[in-house]
Design a protein around this ligand. Sequence first.
Ligand code: RP5
Length: 172
Amino acid sequence: MANKKPYPLVAIVMGSDSDLPVMTESAKMLAELKIPYEIEITSAHRSPKRTSQYTAEAAGRGLRVIIAGAGGAFHLAGVIAAETTLPIIAVPMENTPLAGLDSLLAAVQMPGGVPVGVMAIGKAGAVNAAVFAAQILATSDKALAKRLVQYKQKLAAGVVENSARMKRSFGL
Ligand code: RP5
């Protein structure tokens, strides 16, 4: 019997294909942690009905977390958060006239009762959004929790390697 594709647990949504170079980092990290995901472009401003419909159906399709990347006015994460109780993790883009500060300041001004979890601006934020989504899912998935521990160990081993390489470059 052919292997069935696992249902996506995490959605990566972005306002424009110009956000993809950053949001690809979320996809790579989710793949590394073996978390099934889907990826979508939908805009709060250019396709509001599509965004609303996507959000309304998200939980019912089995999605557990939504990662939203957007730049500028940064309404995407907020309008999604307005229409679902799924956790929304926001990634402010750096490719904006104000280098992401605009998106960051917009993202942290959600009104009380409608939260979005805001990550760092740009690629680090996109990586962290995926790790944070994994940490949410890992509260009820022991195998994933183990993979996250291994990921942290890999990060720590990388620091040791870099330190050793640096010392060698100084002849020490
Ligand atoms: C936002 O405006 C998008 O998320 C993107 O970051 C920014 C610019 O979009 P484009 O003009 O490149 O399509 O809505």
